[in-house]
Design a protein around this ligand. Structure first.
Ligand code: PHE
Ligand code: NA
Length: 512
């Protein structure tokens, strides 16, 4: 490492950047439909359990892992995990563990972006439609309009490319002038829009059915129905906690690598969680679910993935000032997604910079091209198949949006708890205003979190095997279940990216 690494410019810049990283489409697009389709209030029980048992311990572990790696000039997971694993095992073994972590972080970050950037593009396109009244005409259903959108190459590719160019230009300028500057602009606006929408949402009566006021919708999220508690809800909750807190993919570690050695990681962890959960639980669930409930009733709330893009536009059509509130909503989604995508983009740019020795500007164009390549199948599927099933997107999300995040989380926590061991706690508490107590470390980091992760992973693996997710053998092999070509393609791409990621990560660790 010849050059000096950049650091965060100011406390407020760091706080807004960490909020920008964690607060994303997960809070406003994914959380409401996850909660609605996993029992509403019942979902909140495993959700909070996962927040405390997995979210908090792993957040501490990731901030610590990142600051530690940053001290040695590393912003990516392979070398970071290697450095800590080396404290408790032979270098060769540590290199393999590091390479596995590096592989997962690379694979997840690259592949999440194959669809995450498209959804950001949709939010930008829908902001444009909102401002110009594009979905207000009720001659077509909002479902038809959405299908029309994702099957229209001009719309899909224009807004996708604009979003990608914005990301490239932001990341190119580095930590202070790029990441921090954009977070300082977008995050305050996001909070203001979120609060306006939440107030509007809670003051809605129902024009459709007097029984469906928005306050009843809130009840739907906060009234736990214990009979609906099951394994599926628990898996969904653990997956959502990882997704929303940006855990298990290296981007928290990457932001932490720009801390100075004596900067606090305990307060940073707690701040990241608090800022994200405020946006998720207070704003996310207060905006979407009550609005949808007031206009569409209990069945409308369960609308799944399409809740944001199909159900809510119906509401904006029907409500006074809908064009304005619709615009605020889709711009909020856009800002949320964009600032998270900056974090993922920066991870990959740092990888090219640090492992291949290519300067940042060039590195960020390389990532731009990589994003176009991995994103093409997601954008092309609805256009070519003339369907709106999005099976490629769904398949990739099933793997990298939850399962692989949990695997990486498990590796990180094992290294922190058992290889680095008690030295982890000493490291975590370095420079801290608040100190993590030994009992917490022993109970949560060494006990509950790894145990809970192992259990969740065993059950998810079983579920995935039963669902045939591990079949990557093409359908011409006799006796194999017939797979949809897009599903096969997705599995092959995932497998290839992981293999490439392992080789890349292992060689770069060996060379250092
Ligand atoms: N945590 C962010 C969100 O909630 C972004 C993110 C999602 C990052 C998934 C990584 C993986 O949207
Ligand atoms: Na989030």
């Amino acid at each position: 490492m010849g050059e000096k690494r950049e650091n965060w410019g100011s406390k407020i810049g760091l706080i807004l950047a960490m909020a920008g990283n964690a607060i994303g489409l997960g809070n406003f697009w994914r959380f409401p439909y996850q909660a609605a389709s996993n029992g509403g209030g019942a979902f909140m029980i495993p959700y909070f359990a996962a927040l405390i048992m997995l979210g908090l311990p792993l957040m501490l572990v990731e901030w610590n892992l990142g600051r530690y790696g940053g001290k040695y000039g590393h912003g990516t997971l392979g070398p970071m995990v290697y450095l800590q694993a080396r404290e408790g095992t032979k270098p060769r073994k540590a290199a393999v563990i590091g390479a596995l972590a590096g592989m997962l972080a690379f694979g997840v970050t690259l592949l999440v972006n194959s669809y995450y950037n498209h959804i950001i593009g949709w939010t930008l396109g829908y902001s444009f439609l909102s401002l110009t009244g594009g979905y207000m005409d009720s001659a077509k259903s909002t479902g038809e309009i959405f299908v029309g959108y994702i099957q229209n190459p001009a719309m899909v590719f224009t807004f996708w490319i604009i979003a990608l160019l914005g990301l490239a230009l932001a990341v190119m300028r580095g930590v202070q002038k790029g990441i921090e500057a954009w977070a300082k602009l977008m995050m305050p606006v996001l909070y203001v829009f979120g609060i306006i929408l939440a107030i509007r949402s809670l003051t809605l009566g129902s024009p459709v059915n007097p029984d469906w006021s928005s306050l009843k919708g809130l009840n739907f999220v906060w009234n736990p129905d214990f009979s609906k508690l099951n394994w599926t809800a628990a898996l969904a909750a653990a997956g959502q906690i990882f997704f929303t807190l940006s855990l298990g993919m290296g981007i928290i570690c990457n932001y932490a690598s720009y801390l100075k050695p004596e900067d606090d990681v305990v307060v940073s962890s707690i701040a990241t969680i608090s800022l994200n959960e405020f946006a998720e639980i207070v704003l996310g669930s207060t905006i979407v679910i009550p609005i949808a409930y007031a206009f569409l009733g209990p069945d409308g709330v369960g609308a799944g993935v399409g809740l944001s893009f199909i159900a809510l536009p119906n509401v904006f059509r029907a409500m006074a000032g809908g064009q304005l509130f619709g615009s605020l909503w889709f711009l909020l989604l856009f800002f949320a997604g964009f600032t998270s995508a900056i974090a993922m983009y920066n991870y990959l740019t740092a990888l090219v910079e640090e492992d291949l020795g290519i300067e940042r500007k060039k590195a960020s164009w390389i990532i731009f091209i990589a994003y176009i390549i991995v994103g093409l199948p997601v954008g092309l599927e609805p256009i070519l198949t003339k369907t709106a099933e999005l099976v490629y997107l769904t398949e990739v999300d099933n793997w990298v949006g939850s399962y692989l995040l949990l695997v990486l989380g498990l590796i990180e926590i094992i290294v922190a708890a058992f290889l680095m061991g008690d030295r982890s706690l000493v490291e975590i508490n370095k420079g801290g205003i608040w100190q993590v107590p030994t009992w917490f470390f022993n109970t949560f980091v060494k006990g509950i979190a790894p145990l809970a992760l192992v259990i969740v992973l065993i059950f998810s693996t079983k579920t995935y095997m039963e669902a045939g997710y591990f079949n990557i053998v093409p359908s011409f092999v006799e006796g194999m279940p017939q797979l949809v070509p897009w599903v096969q393609a997705a599995r092959l791409v995932i497998a290839l990216v992981l293999v490439a990621g392992f080789i890349q990560s292992y060689t770069s660790i060996k060379n250092k």
